[in-house]
Design a protein around this ligand. Structure first.
Ligand SMILES: [Zn+2]
Length: 353
């Protein structure tokens, strides 16, 4: 079959050269877990946020059955680790405990014991998937961990925007496993959300309560550091985790001003959902009917167009204006040089291509 030969030749010629292969990921993400509840405002991720002034504190006294564990997405080659416990004033330091490491996230071995509230160990390149602090005696105080300092290859990323979701499935205990998964997804998406929705002087929430309600008729809603989700809806559509990412975006937006354009508030939340969390899944729009202020996914697509075409920080700048209560339609001209009506026509023409 001689006709095939040129095709084979073309395929071989277009095979990616070795240098075009994407490099391995240079960073690893972590999850912070504990057997202990967190004290208000002292969430787990504060033990690994590169800020020794902030700290995790448990909401009850610690026992030798408790732990605080950092689990990494992938094992890293550990060079060194230091863990400092106790509050900045020196109280509640761990008197008796071990710092342990695990290669598989399950079986742990002692790396160092705590002395004066501190434990440090050289890693010598050992592969580590998880590190944990474990008291070896019951204590008459909470577990307080100021900071893990980890040097490894690749580096484990610290929590830039510490966040902790509390899940309340009292109404539907059978949704516990589903809720745990959702909470983990939203915590992972949080740094990206907070980067996109950053503004000067603004600190995003560190605690969000996710409550699943049987008598809630909508899909989900956010307000006051709380997300309410419909048991009925999410039982029917357990894969619609993006709806919770959308609500998490509302928690970060946290706008207080009145009279804001609802289409833009929802459009930004759906931009975070559809273009950042679930890229490539947005439904095609009808160019004859789409309008920039169509809200939700329609406005999200318009925002993506403006970001891609004019200013990749457009969503961040719009968010800052909304948060400051200074949104005005003239902002589109400041961002792009064109009024929003003109951008709208341009965007709709691009949809028709
Ligand atoms: Zn919404």
């Amino acid at each position: 079959m001689p006709l095939l030969l040129p095709l084979v030749a073309v395929l071989l010629a277009s095979a990616a050269p070795p240098e075009a292969v994407p490099p391995p990921r240079l960073v690893v993400l972590a999850v912070a877990e504990s057997s202990l509840p967190s004290a208000p405002g002292r969430v787990r991720q504060l033990a690994f946020d590169a800020d020794p002034a902030s700290y995790f504190a448990s909401g009850r006294n610690t026992t030798k059955a408790d732990h605080l564990t950092l689990t990494f997405d992938n094992p890293v080659s550990l060079k060194s680790v230091t863990v400092v416990t106790g509050r900045p004033d020196g109280s509640d330091a761990l008197g008796s405990g071990v710092l342990e490491a695990s290669a598989d996230g399950t079986a742990f071995e002692a790396l160092a014991t705590f002395a004066d509230g501190k434990a440090a160990a050289a890693g010598k390149g050992r592969l580590v998937k998880a590190l944990r602090v474990r008291p070896t005696e019951d204590a008459a105080h909470p577990l307080v961990v100021r900071e893990f300092t980890i040097d490894s290859d690749p580096q484990v990323v610290t929590f830039r925007y510490p966040i902790e979701f509390t899940l309340d499935v009292t109404d539907a205990p059978e949704m516990q496993a589903w809720g745990d998964k959702v909470v983990r997804v939203c915590e992972r998406q949080y740094p990206s959300l907070c980067d996109d929705l950053a503004s000067t002087g603004y600190r995003p929430p560190t605690e969000i309560r996710l409550v699943m309600k049987k008598d809630y008729d909508g899909v989900a809603a956010a307000g006051g550091g709380r997300i309410t989700g419909s048991v009925k809806y999410f039982k029917q559509r357990p894969n619609d985790i993006g709806a919770m990412v959308h609500e998490t975006a509302h928690c970060v937006q946290n706008y207080r001003a009145r009279g804001l354009p609802g289409w833009l508030v929802e459009g930004i939340a759906d931009y975070e959902r559809c273009w950042k969390y679930e890229p490539g899944t947005a439904r095609p729009l009808n160019p004859d009917r789409a309008q920039y202020n169509g809200s939700y996914q329609v406005t999200a697509a318009f925002l993506a167009y403006v970001c891609d075409t004019y200013d990749y920080r457009a969503v961040t700048k719009l968010n800052a204006a909304l948060r400051a209560g200074k949104y005005d339609p003239s902002i589109w001209k400041e961002l792009t040089g064109k009024p929003v009506e003109e951008l709208n026509q341009e965007w709709r023409r691009s949809l028709a291509k």
